[in-house]
Design a protein around this ligand. Structure first.
Ligand code: GDD
Length: 293
C-alpha cells in the first residue's frame, strides 16, 4: 500500500511516518502548500497512492484563542484543497482525516463516545468540527472513502511547547540546568484529560486507515481520566530539583471543559487497538528527551 501523509514533519507526523515504514508501507510525503489549490492539485497528481492520512493542521488550542482567523483559514482550506483534488481525480484511496476530541469541548459526561454532542469551545475546535464535517460531506456527496478519527490528547518526544506536557517539562529542565528561578508557572491544574503515548496513537492511525470503515467516525483515547495536577506531580517527582508551583490564572482558557475522557469502545471493536505504553513511561521518556535536547 502506498500512503500519502500530509503534515509528515509535525509532531505526530514524524512518529507516524516512522511507524508506517516499519510496517512496510511506501510512504509519500511530498512538500505541498495545501493552502494553494493549484499547487495541491499539481503535486498530488504526480503520485500514485491508495491511502491518505491528512495530519497537516495547526493544533494549538491556546494559540487559536489569540489568533482565531489564522487557524480557521489554515485548517479548513488546507483540507478543502486536498479533498477537492481527490474528488476531481475520482480517487478510490482510503482517506483518514485527523479531527479532535476538542470538538466535544463543553460536553459534560463521564466517558465521551461518538454520539456525545459536539460543543467546540475554541477556534481550534471549530476548525476541527469543520474538517470533520467536510470529510463526512465528501463521503456523502461524492463517495470518497473517508474515515474520520477524533483523537484525545497524545504526548511524546518532539511535541512543542504550547501543549501541557512540554510546557511543564521545559520549565523543569530549565530549573535543573540553571537552578533558578525554581518556580514553574502553570495554567488550570484541575482539568481532566485523556493521555495516550504518541506511538500508541500513530498505531491507531494506521489501524484506522486499514481497518476503519468509510463514512464512520471513531474516538481514540485510553479511556483513563488524568488530572493535570497529577501529571505535574509525577513530572516533579522524576526530578531532583526543588520546584515551587505557581498557578497563573491568565493561562486559563475561557469555557474549557473540566473533563474530556474517551470511550474508545467503537474503535476497539473495529480495529482491536489498545494502548500499550503506560503514562509514566511516556513522561520519563519526554523528560529525558528534553534533558538531552
Ligand atoms: N498548554 C498548556 N500549558 N496547558 C495547560 C497548562 C500549561 O501550562 N497548564 C494547565 N494546562 C491544561 C489546559 O488548560 C488543558 O486543560 C490541559 O492542560 C491540556 O492542554 P493542552 O496540552 O494544551 O491540550 P488540549 O487538551 O487543549 O488539546 C490537545 O488535545 C487535543 C485532543 O484532545 C491538543 O493536542 C489538540 O491538538 C488535540 O486535538
Amino acid at each position: 500500500m502506498n500512503i500519502l501523509v500530509t503534515g509528515a514533519n509535525g509532531f505526530a507526523g514524524r512518529h507516524l511516518v516512522e511507524r508506517l515504514k516499519v510496517s512496510g508501507y511506501t510512504v509519500l510525503t511530498p512538500k505541498i502548500d495545501l493552502l494553494n489549490a493549484t499547487e495541491t492539485e499539481v503535486v498530488i497528481s504526480k503520485h500514485e497512492f491508495n491511502g491518505v492520512i491528512h495530519l497537516a493542521a495547526m493544533a494549538e488550542v491556546g494559540t487559536s484563542l489569540i489568533s482565531p482567523a489564522k487557524i480557521l483559514r489554515n485548517n479548513i482550506f488546507a483540507q478543502l484543497n486536498l479533498l477537492e483534488t481527490l474528488r476531481r481525480r475520482k480517487s478510490a484511496a482510503k482517506v483518514l482525516i485527523i479531527c479532535s476530541a476538542d470538538e466535544y469541548g463543553g460536553s459534560q459526561g463521564e466517558l465521551i463516545d461518538e454520539n456525545t454532542p459536539l460543543m467546540p469551545a475554541s477556534p481550534y475546535a471549530v476548525s476541527k468540527v469543520a474538517q470533520d464535517f467536510l470529510g463526512l460531506q465528501y463521503f456523502l456527496s461524492y463517495g470518497l472513502n473517508i474515515i474520520r478519527l477524533r483523537p484525545f490528547n497524545h504526548i511524546g518526544e518532539g511535541q512543542r511547547t504550547g501543549f501541557v506536557v512540554p510546557d511543564f517539562v521545559r520549565q523543569i529542565v530549565d530549573i535543573e540546568r540553571s537552578g533558578s528561578p525554581n518556580e514553574i508557572v502553570v495554567g488550570n491544574l484541575e482539568a481532566i484529560r485523556d493521555f495516550t503515548d504518541v506511538k500508541d496513537m500513530v498505531r491507531a492511525y494506521e489501524l484506522a486507515l486499514t481497518k476503519g470503515q468509510a463514512g464512520e467516525v471513531y474516538n481514540v483515547g485510553s479511556g483513563q481520566g488524568i488530572k493535570i495536577s497529577y501529571l505535574l506531580q509525577e513530572l516533579i517527582k522524576m526530578s531532583k530539583a526543588k520546584i515551587k508551583i505557581t498557578v497563573d490564572k491568565s493561562r486559563f482558557r475561557p469555557g474549557e471543559s473540566p473533563q474530556l475522557v474517551c470511550n474508545p469502545g467503537k474503535f476497539i471493536r473495529a480495529t482491536g487497538w489498545k494502548p500499550e505504553i503506560p503514562l509514566n513511561k511516556t513522561l520519563e521518556r519526554v523528560l529525558e528527551y528534553w534533558r538531552s535536547n
